[in-house]
Each structure stands twice: as C-alpha cells, then as structure tokens.
Design a protein around this ligand. Structure first.
Ligand SMILES: [Zn+2]
Ligand SMILES: [Zn+2]
Length: 311
C-alpha cells in the first residue's frame, strides 16, 4: 500500500523531516518526505501493518518543538517495484504558504556541551545550533523552511558542516541554520557610531565593559537586548534616563536557575516556564533581598521579571 500524508501544524524548522526519515527507515517504509506550502508532505509505502504502525507513531513521537495539528490521508498508486526502494528527503515545493514556522529556541543541552568542550569544533562558537534549537522565526524570510529562504543563505556550508547536514544520524541532519566558525557568522563589537571595535574576543570585551558600567546592545534572536550590570545602580539609572523610563521595571537576565538565590522565589510551574526553550520573561515574587541586590531594576513592586539567556 502507498499513502499520501499531509501533516499540518508547526512541522517546519523543528527537525520534523529528519524525524520522519528515521521513523520510516526504522519501520522499513519506502517513499519520501518534503516541506510544502501546507506543512510537511509524506508518501509512505509498505504493508498495511507497517503503514498503520507508522501513522500511529508519527504524531506521538514527533520532536518536542513540533505540533501536529492535522494529518490528512489519501491512498495513492504503488510505485513500480524496484523503484525508489528507499525513504528519502526531497527538495521542498513552493507555493502559497499556509503553514506555520516555530518560535526561536534557546540553545539545547547537546549544543551547550559542545560550546564548552575545547575539543569540539564549535567550541565557544556563539551561533551554535541544531535541529533541536536555534533561531527559526527570526531568520526565516519565507517558507518553505529551507536554508535558501533564511538569512543563513549568505553563509555557504563548509565541508564539515555539509557532511553533518547530509548525515541522517547526525543531530544537524537538515538543520537549516547550522554553521561553525569556519563558515558561519561571527561576533563583532561596534561603538555607538557603528564603527567596528578591534578586539580579539568580543565576549570577553563585552564582559569587561559591562563590569565597567557600560551599556551594550546585543543583537540576538528577535532583535536587540539593551544590557547592563543589574547590580550597578548608577548604570541602571543611566539606562533609565536614556530610555526615558522612570520607574517601569526592567527584566533580569540570570545565567541559570542557581543564580535565583536571593533574587526571587520560584514554584515548580514557574521553573518549567523559566527553562522552556522559548525563554520567556517570567514574573516571580521577589526575595526580600532582591531590591538591595538589584537596586532600581523593579522599584516598588513585589514581583520581578526574570529570564534565562536564549543564546
Ligand atoms: Zn542544539
Ligand atoms: Zn561550517
């Protein structure tokens, strides 16, 4: 039997095609998967038992960030035996777009591990990502979700990245924004006039300047973050003057959950929200020491907005 399956929902940019590919290979299903204007389109061929198994598991075991809203099934003619014996990922088809792109996602655990592993080729590479994390909405110019339709089109893959992109067992199999220090975008620092500041390590330079009380604008997912040292009342006040924001609270960005001690209290549900991959600002009840530690950040309020870094 051969069936056409149209899957609608958040199914592009979440590792859905590689997932379908792996599931089909595991169940010995032949056919293909591709991105299309309505979501993901699959043709699957196998025995009725294989297909039933495939259709049952397809929505259930989908990647965490995917959201299958609808699966529309139709029978289609079986391919000539011997042809297309495999399951493959086909090029996307364009058209009038009805599908949805997922949100930007904070760096995942696997990427964080690589980021801080000095033997890894993406050691300290700021734009690290994979099929389970990284920018989506921010860099997608049009759909279907392919590299050529994202702002990463300007960065052709190096041989190493290209190999990972084409390797089904790799976490970066069809990871459209994948990059490394050899082929991807790089960090740089600019002054207020937009002129590049020469520095060997922009991250170290940023930390030095923040400690010195400077205010930085960090370009990241979704736009710019204005960043300063929240423990420095003089800098926080300068930011208020520049933003013409007398009392309205700022949000605190913390390195991780452990930094919450003496800042805010957190129940289980709030912890889940805070750590979720969309990295929202979560309103938390202030700890009694909060205002003393972060003077002027959220003055006169019992609550404080807290977030974890996305990148
Ligand atoms: Zn990742
Ligand atoms: Zn590369």
């Amino acid at each position: 039997m051969r069936q056409r399956i149209r899957v609608a929902g958040i199914v592009q940019g979440v590792g859905f095609r590689p997932y379908v590919w792996r599931l089909a290979r595991e169940l010995d299903i032949r056919g293909w998967v591709r991105n299309g204007p309505d979501g993901v389109e699959i043709q699957a061929e196998g025995s009725s038992g294989q297909l039933a198994n495939f259709l049952e598991r397809l929505p259930k075991e989908a990647p965490e960030q995917a959201h299958v809203e609808k699966m529309v099934l139709a029978d289609c003619p079986v391919e000539v035996p011997g042809e297309k014996e495999e399951f493959v990922i086909l090029d996307s088809v364009a058209g009038k777009i009805h599908t949805q792109i997922g949100p930007d996602m904070a760096v995942c655990k696997d990427c964080l591990t690589e980021l801080f592993d000095s033997r890894d080729r993406r050691y300290r590479y700021a734009f690290i990502n994979c099929t389970q994390c990284g920018p989506r909405y921010t860099l997608t110019r049009s759909l279907p979700y392919d590299r050529s339709n994202t702002s990463m089109a300007a960065f052709p893959l190096c041989p190493d990245c290209h190999r990972e992109y084409g390797a089904p067992a790799d976490r970066r199999f069809h990871a459209e924004p994948t990059a490394c220090s050899a082929c991807g975008p790089r960090l740089e620092m600019r002054d207020a006039a937009g002129e590049p500041i020469a520095c060997p390590d922009p991250v170290a330079e940023a930390v030095t300047r923040l400690r010195r009380g400077e205010i930085l604008a960090v370009k990241g997912l979704g736009g710019f973050h204005l960043v300063c040292d929240a423990r420095n009342p003089e800098t926080v006040m300068r930011l208020r003057v520049r933003k013409a924001r007398e009392e309205k609270p700022f949000a605190l960005m913390l390195a991780n959950g452990a930094s919450l001690t003496g800042c805010a209290k957190l129940d289980e549900q709030e912890a889940v929200l805070l750590h979720s991959q969309t990295r929202p600002i979560v309103l938390l009840r202030k700890h009694p020491d909060c205002d003393a530690r972060f003077p002027g950040v959220a003055p006169g309020l019992a609550w404080i907005g807290v977030m974890l870094p996305a990148q």
